[in-house]
Write a protein that binds this ligand. Structure first.
Ligand code: PLP
Length: 403
């Protein structure tokens, strides 16, 4: 059915079809760069250097410079970057690692895989980032590392976390998978801890056309070890100094990201503008009474930071989150729940379920959060449609109650 600009009702139908608003539309970004990306991939094909080739070295240099660190080391995924970081820090059985339960699975699986103990701490209900005060109380003599996650594109309270870590000689591994370019107190994500971990999964702010990851560090010895570990601990060829893994970055993925890298800041700015627009539109529509808007620590003057808005996450209280999501779906508006099941509730981590007592904010967040479309190419009209739909949802609820 063709809908006119006025949304006029065609004679053969009672209501106009709503125009879909996708949660994420990668085609808009990749389409605009298609020629550049094809050329870059073609060059890799002709070079025959498919693994850790020149585009990987180029990307490592660019990311190191962008993040303000001495070294960047490419690897196969964000998940592997976390595993490699902990391997380089020699985390193993008997060690404890402090991390949030409200995060993507990979943050915890890396710890588990190495036989160390996962110690979950709760999140700050405004930012969904790890609560530094609770990190301090969770430290024991066995604590080997802390993994703050810069969730949804906003840095955790790194000043406080690094202070606690320094006091107890604990390593800090930043899970910056969602936060490339984010800043805290003038420093970039990935430059504040001992090692920073990044992902180039397609839905991240800087996405490849497949999997990819990157590690950052200012420590020469750690950089060397990470390089060794990502390639089977082999140096020179067929002489193995350590038991490493195979986790190298493909030249083709690096070539794609090299094309995108110059646009990263303008994309982050566009996300930020979209976030501001949502907050304004939702507030003007009176919806801030019903839903919680994402806390931007910078806007609230709590720190000098830069939020890069990998997600715009609202809070839907009163047990109505899933209902709102279904309504948006019926209006062809995409949304997503990051994350519906906190990690301490996962079947594979059932032995950690006894940590639930101190994770009340994590459980509440998992029940209430809903991410709205926020990608850089999203239009103001599309955002208006999302806000109108949320408004209709609450208006009809009010009518139901009155009836
Ligand atoms: C995406 C993500 C990862 C894992 O990255 P992959 O490249 O998908 O392996 C780890 N941690 C967080 C917080 C993420 O969002």
């Amino acid at each position: 059915m063709k809908v006119t600009a006025q949304g006029a009702v065609a004679s053969n139908s009672s209501a106009p079809e709503p125009t879909p608003v996708p949660l994420l539309d990668l085609a808009r970004q990749n389409g605009a760069l298609e020629e550049e990306i094809s050329a870059a991939i073609g060059e890799v094909c002709r070079s025959g250097q498919f693994v850790l080739g020149p585009p990987v070295r180029e990307l490592e240099a660019t990311v190191a410079d962008y993040c303000g660190v001495k070294h960047a080391i490419g690897c196969a995924s964000g998940s592997d970057s976390l595993l490699l970081a902990l391997m380089a820090l020699e985390v193993g059985p008997g060690d404890e690692v402090i991390l949030p339960s409200f995060t993507f699975f990979a943050t915890a699986s890396a710890v588990w895989r190495l036989g160390a103990k996962i110690v979950f701490v709760d999140v700050d209900p405004d930012t969904y980032n790890i609560d530094a005060e609770q990190v301090a109380t969770a430290v024991t003599s066995e604590t080997k590392a802390i993994i703050p996650v810069h969730l949804f594109g906003q840095c955790a309270d790194m000043e406080a976390i690094c202070r606690i870590a320094a006091e107890h000689s604990i390593a800090v591994v930043e899970d910056a998978a969602q936060a490339i370019g984010a800043e805290h107190a003038g420093k970039r994500a990935g430059s504040m801890g001992d090692i920073g971990c990044f992902s180039f999964y397609p839905t991240k702010n800087l996405g490849a056309m497949g999997d990819g990851g990157m590690l950052t560090t200012n420590d020469d010895a750690l950089a060397d070890k990470l390089q060794l570990l990502r390639g089977h601990g082999m140096r020179p060829r067929y002489y193995h100094q350590e038991v490493g893994i195979n986790s190298r970055l493909d030249s083709i993925q690096a070539a794609v990201i090299n094309v995108k890298m110059p646009y990263l800041d303008q994309w982050s700015d566009a996300r930020s503008e979209n976030a501001r627009r949502y907050t304004r539109l939702l507030t003007e529509a009176g919806l801030a009474e019903h839903i919680g808007l994402p806390g931007d620590a910078f806007a609230e003057g709590r720190d000098a930071g830069r939020h890069v808005w990998n997600q715009y996450t609202i809070r839907v209280p009163g047990g109505r989150r899933d209902e709102l999501r279904s309504y948006l779906q019926s209006q062809q508006i995409g949304s997503e729940i990051y994350y519906p099941v906190p990690l301490h509730q996962q079947e594979c981590f059932s032995s950690l379920a006894d940590q639930a007592d101190r994770l009340a904010e994590t459980d509440r967040a998992a029940a209430e959060v809903l991410a709205l479309p926020i990608f850089p190419e999203l239009t103001a009209e599309e955002q208006q449609r999302v806000v109108d739909a949320i408004g209709k949802f609450y208006a009809s609820a009010a009518t139901d109650q009155a009836a």
